[in-house]
Design a protein around this ligand. Structure first.
Ligand code: KG4
Ligand code: ZN
Length: 359
């Protein structure tokens, strides 16, 4: 049995996040106690631009980094001295945003002689799902801490579908930290499609939560919309986006067309979810996973969560389907900390890589 504490930092896009965990490695599992989960969102900064404005994101990370770290360390930055390891997202993401996290980690590592564990943002999303049994994860260290157990064996293969603003990936894992991407988007990511369609419909940013809310009062069968490349494992959402465009305006004249917004939001959301479920079902039949994971920002969508659980539990036992609590579906440092808890490699300097691949 070995025990270590890790402070994880995540800044790949527009959330500055830190999480402190205590890890106990046993012969059969990892027991991880989540001691803090701090996320400073920049949504209000980027809202008026209709998307993430990279330079403003970097500046906001710089401003919030110290307060976020302090809060994650029981409101006393001096506690950093007692940490065994640092972990940080090295990529993929926006270069300016990533650099704020990696440079903070590099500086702390050189000041306090702590090794750094570099983590891929996508593995953070995957490992966030191991908090699935919690309906909500405490967002500060003043609340009750909680523990999770991750078995070393018996849960593989894992099939994970990560649906975020930057990715739509089907990932096969034959062991911990072993990733094979078996399907991915060839154009827009699912979250990106939500954001772009919300923009076309002039609904605001970020599109996902706005479309979800509007869809509640719409008829999901009002518009028949296309599912991209049905017969392959890869995803395509650009045809769906174009279909929505044609319903919102006359592209020859640029004249806005009349349509029911709630009906279009509901039909669009249904088509995205139909697509995600269709591809996951096919991959599940092919790879026969023992564990199925749904994660990433789009997995905060209640309609997707409900349908995914209902439809996939017909082929995988319900208790083997892991979906993170909503506040760990979107970007966070808890998943980064959990993934790092399982790693044995560390370094004293991390270089940000905006195009980092998984596996
Ligand atoms: O994972 P995430 O926080 O950041 C990236 O790694 O990209 O995902 C952000 C994406 C955005 O595109 C956002 O619109 C989408 O997740 N999203 C949602 C919902 N909440 C966030 N999409 C659909 N329904 C939601 N409730
Ligand atoms: Zn993400």
């Amino acid at each position: 049995m070995s025990i270590k504490t890790i402070l994880a930092i995540e800044t790949s896009c527009d959330e500055t996040a830190a999480s402190l965990v205590k890890v106990e490695e046993n012969s059969e599992d990892f027991e991880i106690e989540i001691l803090s989960n701090i996320v400073a969102s920049q949504i209000d900064i980027h809202k008026k631009w209709g998307g993430v404005f990279p330079e403003l994101a970097s500046r906001a990370h710089l401003e919030t980094m110290i307060p976020v770290l302090e809060e994650s360390l029981d409101n006393d930055i001096q506690n950093i001295k007692n940490i065994d390891y640092l972990a940080v997202t090295e990529g993929p993401g926006l270069i300016g945003s990533l650099l704020m996290g990696t440079e903070a980690a590099n500086l702390l590592a050189s000041l306090y002689k702590q090794p750094i564990i570099p983590i891929n943002h996508l593995e953070g999303h995957v490992y966030s799902a191991f908090c699935a049994s919690k309906s909500q994860v405490p967002s500060s260290n003043n609340q009750t801490n909680f523990k999770i157990q991750i078995p070393k064996t018996g849960i593989f293969p894992i099939l994970a579908i990560v649906v975020s603003g930057g990715h739509t990936s089907l990932i096969l894992m034959k062991d911990h930290l072993q990733y094979e991407v078996v399907g991915q988007t060839i154009d827009d990511a699912a979250g990106e499609a939500f954001d772009k369609v919300a923009k076309l419909m002039q609904l605001g940013y970020p599109g996902g939560p706005i479309i979800e809310k509007l869809a509640q009062s719409g008829d999901e069968n009002a518009f028949e919309l296309p599912i991209g490349i049905k017969d392959q494992a890869d995803f395509s959402f650009s045809g769906l986006k174009t279909a929505v465009l044609y319903l919102t305006k006359d592209v020859r004249t640029g004249k806005a067309l009349e349509y029911n917004q709630a009906d279009l939001a509901a039909s669009f959301q249904k088509t995205v979810v139909d697509t995600l479920i269709l591809k996951t079902k096919k991959a599940t039949q092919k790879y026969q996973p023992k564990t199925l994971i749904l994660s990433g920002g789009v997995s905060a969508n209640s309609y997707l969560r409900k349908r995914f659980s209902r439809e996939l539990s017909k082929i995988v036992p319900e208790e083997s389907i892991l979906i993170p609590p909503k506040n760990l579906s979107t970007d966070n440092a808890v998943g980064i900390a959990i993934a790092s808890a399982l790693k044995t490699n560390s370094t004293d300097y991390v270089e940000a890589d905006p195009n980092l691949k998984l596996g």
